[in-house]
Design a protein around this ligand. Sequence first.
Ligand SMILES: *[C@@H]1O[C@H](CO)[C@@H](O)[C@H](O)[C@H]1NC(C)=O
Ligand SMILES: *[C@@H]1O[C@H](CO)[C@@H](O)[C@H](O)[C@H]1NC(C)=O
Ligand SMILES: CC(=O)N[C@H]1CO[C@H](CO)[C@@H](O)[C@@H]1O
Length: 659
Amino acid sequence: MHILLCYGHLLSINIKIFLLLFLITGNIIIYLQIVMDNGLVKVTLSNPGGMVTGVQYNGIENLLEFQNEEENRGYWDLNWGRPEQLHARNYDRIVGTNFTVIVEDSDQVELSFTRTWDSSPEGNHVPLNIDKRYILLRGCPGFYSYGIYGHLEGWPDFNLAETRTVFKLSKDKFHYMAISDTRQRIMPMPEDRATGQPLAYPEAILLTNPINFDLTGEVDDKYQYSCHNKDNGVHGWICSDPLVGFWMITPSNEFRTGGPLRQDLTSHVGPTTLAMFVSEHYSGENVELKFREGEPWKKVFGPVLIYLNSIPGEVDRYDMDPYTILWEDAKEQLNIEVQSWPYSFPTSEDYPYSYQRGTASGRLLVQDRYISEFNISGNAAYVGLASPGEVGSWQSEGKAYQFWTRADAKGYFCIRNIRPGDYNLFAWVPGFVGEYKFDDQLAIKPGSDIRLGFLVYEPPRDGPTLWEIGIPDRSAAEFYVPDPDPNFINKLYVNHPDRFRQYGLWERYADLYPDGDLVYMVGVDDYKNDWFFSQVTRRISDKTYQATTWQIIFELTNINYRGTYKLRLALASAAMAELQVRFNDSTADPSHFTTGLIGTDNTIARHGIHGLSWFYNIDVPGYLLVDGANIIFLTQSRSLSPFQGVMYDYIRFEGVSDD
Ligand SMILES: *[C@@H]1O[C@H](CO)[C@@H](O)[C@H](O)[C@H]1NC(C)=O
Ligand SMILES: *[C@@H]1O[C@H](CO)[C@@H](O)[C@H](O)[C@H]1NC(C)=O
Ligand SMILES: CC(=O)N[C@H]1CO[C@H](CO)[C@@H](O)[C@@H]1O
């Protein structure tokens, strides 16, 4: 099918660059438009600037929204601040004033638009040199883009909060959006958001008067279309007449921040499609890239592929619906790109080719004698290389590159195409608490082949499991996720595995527990039905919220009053929260344990089911326990907003060690 779809490849002609619309001032010629054309796609760029102003394909003059200003169709942008600016951000749409043709031959065109930092006070730009690149290959219906960001030693300090590349498509043409096999739908028009009713925050709109009447009464919110880095390889839009797909393909996660489970935006109403490189989404300010004491930095974001496809001939020839045909072809193209990563064609010296990279491999085993007397295979473990740091530090790391893989069922893993540099190896195994870190740093050099052999992870464990709630997998998805309020539905997520992506679920807590907070009876209740996915605040009036205290009741006999029991508490998210834990005394002051104020991942408001992962090991002296029924009180004490709270990942109560 793929070859059939892309039969246009055969028609490809040599690549041309046209320099159009020039001005002549004195003896200087200034080109205002640059066009790359390979016979399949024609990409028009502004000069100076290097904004993508037009994408011509399959008989459509411009897939981008031609009614937008030229600098508001296809661009790179960023949000940055000075250290002393606190939360203030400066928005910067990157204008590359220095245009250079880097490659122009019959197989490839590569263009560069650079902006050099202007150190004069009037410059007022982020202290970065930025090189935006565009590549067109022979026979490829699409184009690549990547960015090289550099901060030289001694330059001013700053924070980089967000950077991405954005494409705004023709709103008359693109109405169907696809981000995964099960997340595809006809989307609202941008006008519908203006005529609709804003909900608890500006991103969420109730569609009261949409152009497409069928969408009346649904909620639109771009955060409902977020995706894990590991699954965010391809997303985009389909035009139904003629049938054309516009896809953002990101073949590698190496340049993204925060590892495989970090989530970020994909495509959303506009119609807009994004490749997010740095952002705070689902993580908070600690994932901002902070540059201090004039430290030098350089990073390559991308390349990403803007891929176009279409259906030649009559649609009736296929036994699939046309949206599926285009989506399946886009996924196939993602596979091709992933197989070809790292690419051999980008010419920047900051982009290492395959032979300039290294490999690390080994086998991860888990040793937990309360589960097995033998080593357990690190089945499907996440194993990754990231900047040297503490356990978990990679969750908020984004200055350098990260390289992650999944181990096989026996725990064998192989991480390929690692850029040269110093790394720590981190791993975690679904089903086991905590995280593994290999003791030594790994120095990857071009051609390195590091074989680590057996690595044995001993997850935190003192005594036998007396009871547990949930599964340690860094997500709250296994808990009870309520149906949304029928007035605030996104129909895509009705009867959908991602039911947690509905708007307003935080309000459902008080509906379900009107008179008192959640009480969970160990051995009686089932966490799938009886443990609400998020410990949120309770609304008591329009703008007033109340802290909540959940209880876990469990029976205990033969208590070892001199021994120490252990509570393992893994959180899947925290937003301006403080979780206090008390044993059998709801008023103990101070509480037996508190997390202190933690988290700015904002996952409750953004339907994320998890943000950053937190893990606490709490000693429980036996004298706090009683023979018979015991109560653990979990108080989330911060309650200024509906979006404050925690999500639990897993809770385990361990008996006293039998050593
Ligand atoms: C313009 O860009 C090219 C290619 O990236 C670079 O080699 C050159 O130094 C730049 N010139 C200026 C004046 O920044
Ligand atoms: C687990 O594997 C390690 C590494 O191969 C080995 O040293 C250890 O003896 C094994 N433990 C058991 C209980 O088999
Ligand atoms: C010290 C303390 O508050 N103990 C309490 C533990 O919980 C039981 C209820 O199961 C109470 O009866 C105890 O007073």
